[in-house]
Design a protein. Sequence first.
Length: 284
Amino acid sequence: MIKISSLHSEAPAKINLGLHILRKRIDGYHDLATVFHRISWADKLTALSAEKLSMTCTDHTLSCGDDNLVMRAAKLLQRTSDVNEGASMHLEKNLPHGAGIGGGSSDAATVLLMLCELWKLNKAAIPLDSLALQLGSDVPFFLHHHTAYAEGRGEELAPMTGYHFPFSLAVIVQPIHISTQWAFRQVDVSEENRADLVEIVASNDLERWRYELVNDFEEPVFSHWPQLREVKSHLLRSGAGFAGLTGSGSGVYGVFESYEDANEAAMEAREDGCSTWCQPSVRP
Ligand code: C5P
């Protein structure tokens, strides 16, 4: 058997196209409805065969201990699949954390997939979705590739298989770290008269998006950090057909018909000290 010595993989971020918080559950979580859409801004992960599990990271403010989601994912997979090997992992951290773009969740999902390969595990025999959910509500989405409608905690996924996102995108992250738990506590839950997110997103009608695509975190988060409302206004003034908070923030994204406008909006924000990402529209 060929021994795999080293694997490389990207761990891409996501944005939420609308997010409804429907009700509080008895397990303390909330039932939500959202559309997750993967973007090309990504962390990079490397895994090498090793006797023990360990990790290093380019971001020295992050712990590389057992509390890091990379290590938690690796240990969970090792334990549940009775693996005796380890892995030496390296995380190139490009995605800001506490930004609602799912960086840590994507790292965790990517580690599960990479280590299945490194350890030559039969993926079909491993309950990857359930392991992912143990690591975080957004993690199951990152095991798959397509834009998806999500319910439950975020793990009941229905891929929007025929959907194509035809726009350019600018994502702006102010240096503000928002706790998801805090953000959930600020929202008045409601399941009355909620719009159909799949139908609105699939229309690709940015005027409709502006009026109908709602993220319930946006108002409470913008009230607490008015500078994030200003980021949304900046994106709309720069020509975005739609702009909104992703997840519980602090990332705000703009959806543009023109890549030049998206790029300029992102560059201006970068000059103001924000982390930014800009991507052109991709052909179907
Ligand atoms: O699942 P995850 O660890 O990402 O969630 C972080 C926190 O966000 C949870 O402890 C919970 O307070 C809150 N949360 C929630 N309902 C969800 C997802 C997260 O209340 N569907």
